[in-house]
Write a protein that binds this ligand. Structure first.
Ligand code: FE
Length: 356
C-alpha cells in the first residue's frame, strides 16, 4: 500500500480549505491516469485504523493491485470528492457513520455497483443503502459502560431509563456536536417520534454528571475515576481499553462493564463504517475487486481482531473474546439511511434542550 503521491496527500491532509481552493492545479487526474496503467485502486477514507491497513496489505498480497489511500476527516473528505467532481481519482470512498454516508450519497459521491449485488446479500439489509450505493462493512453498537460496584444493570433495560431522575448527576456523554450522538437521537426519532426524543434528550441533560467534554474514551475514564456511574459510548472504545497492551489502559477498561440496551424498545443502536464505489472511479474493476475482498471472511475478520469493531457480514468468525463477550446484539432493524435523514432534526432537539 502507499499513500497517494506527496503532492496530493500533503495538500489534502495538511490544509483542507487551501486544498479545496487550490486543488485545480495539483493534478490528481494525472496521477489517476498513470494509476490506471499501474494496477492500483485509489481509496479516499475517513478512517485511520490498523484493521484498514491490514486489509490494504492483504488485498495487495492477494491480487497484486496496489492500494493508494488518502485520509481526512469525514466532512472534509466528502467536500473534497464533491469538489473534484468528474476529475476525482477516487475509486472508493470510505467513511464512518451512516449519517455521513447519507450526506456523501446526497452529495453524489457514489455510483451503483451491480457487480456487488450477490456479495451484498451477506450484509443485513438495514446496514446498506436500499439501492446498493454504499454498504456498511463493519458495525459498532452504542451502549452503556457502567461501574459495576455502583450500578445494577437491571436498572437499565432500555436507554429510555437513563432519563429517569434516579440517574441525576451520574451520566457522562460527549457533546451533541458528535455524529455518534446525532445518529443515536436520529434512531430514537425514527422509533418514537420527535416529542419523545426531545423528552429523552432533556432527561439526559438534567442527569449529566458534568458538562460534555472529550471523546468516548474520556467518558469511560470518567466512570473508572468515579466521576460518573454510566457513560454512553460505542462498544469498541470499551473493547480497545480491555484489550490494550498497556496495563494502565486495561485497568480503566476492566473497571467498567458494558451493556447494549435497546433504544425505546427498538433494539440496540447500530451504526456502520461504510464504503461505496466512487461516482467516477477511474479504476472500476480494481475497486470492485477491493470491495469484494473487504467483504470476504479474510477481509472482515481484521475489523474485530484489530479494531474491536463487529464484522458487517453475517456469520464471519473472529478471535476477540472481549467484544464477543458483550453478548448477542439485538439490533434496531431500522435502515441506517434513516439516521442521516433525521440528523438535522436531532441537532435541533439538542439545541432546544441545551445539550452542549
Ligand atoms: Fe470512534
Amino acid at each position: 500500500m502507499a499513500r497517494l503521491p506527496r503532492n496530493i496527500a500533503s495538500v489534502f491532509v495538511i490544509g483542507g480549505a487551501l486544498a479545496l481552493s487550490a486543488c485545480g492545479d495539483t493534478s490528481p487526474v494525472d496521477d489517476a491516469t498513470s494509476a490506471v496503467d499501474a494496477g492500483v485502486v485509489n481509496i479516499y477514507t475517513a478512517r485511520h485504523y490498523a484493521s484498514d491497513y491490514a486489509v490494504y496489505d492483504a488485498f495487495t498480497t492477494a491480487t497484486g493491485i496496489e492500494v493508494n489511500y488518502i485520509e481526512a476527516g469525514g466532512d472534509l473528505l466528502i467536500e473534497r470528492v464533491r469538489q473534484e467532481a468528474e476529475r476525482s481519482p477516487a475509486d472508493i470512498v470510505i467513511t464512518v457513520d451512516a449519517g455521513r454516508l447519507w450526506r456523501a450519497d446526497q452529495a453524489g459521491l457514489f455510483q451503483a455497483a451491480p457487480e456487488l449485488a450477490d456479495t451484498l446479500q451477506g450484509i443485513p439489509a438495514n446496514l446498506r443503502h436500499p439501492d446498493g450505493a454504499w454498504f456498511g462493512f463493519s458495525t459498532r453498537v452504542r451502549g452503556i459502560a457502567y461501574a459495576p460496584d455502583r450500578v445494577d444493570p437491571a436498572d437499565i433495560s432500555d436507554f429510555a431509563d437513563l432519563a429517569d431522575p434516579m440517574w441525576e448527576g451520574r451520566i457522562c456523554v460527549r457533546s451533541s456536536g458528535n455524529v455518534y450522538n446525532q445518529s443515536q437521537l436520529a434512531a430514537l426519532i425514527n422509533t418514537a417520534g420527535v416529542e419523545a426524543a426531545e423528552a429523552w434528550a432533556a432527561g439526559i441533560v438534567s442527569n449529566l454528571a458534568r458538562a460534555p467534554q472529550g471523546g468516548d474514551t474520556d467518558q469511560i475514564r470518567a466512570v473508572a475515576a468515579g466521576e460518573c456511574d454510566v457513560a454512553i459510548v460505542n462498544h469498541y472504545y470499551v473493547g480497545r481499553l480491555k484489550n490494550s497492551d498497556d496495563p494502565a489502559n486495561r485497568d480503566v477498561g476492566d473497571a467498567v462493564d458494558f451493556i447494549m440496551p435497546p433504544v425505546a424498545g427498538a433494539g440496540a443502536h447500530i451504526n456502520v463504517s461504510g464504503a461505496g464505489l466512487a461516482a467516477n472511479a477511474p479504476n472500476r474493476e480494481n475497486a470492485i475487486a477491493f470491495l469484494e475482498f473487504l467483504l470476504s471472511p479474510d477481509g472482515q475478520r481484521f475489523f474485530p481482531e484489530l479494531t474491536n469493531e463487529y464484522p458487517a457480514v453475517e456469520g464471519v468468525t473472529y478471535d476477540n473474546a472481549v467484544i464477543a463477550g458483550f453478548g448477542e446484539i439485538m439490533a434496531d432493524p431500522v435502515n441506517v439511511t434513516a439516521l442521516g435523514e433525521n440528523a438535522a432534526e436531532a441537532q435541533r432537539i439538542f439545541d432546544r434542550v441545551g445539550w452542549p
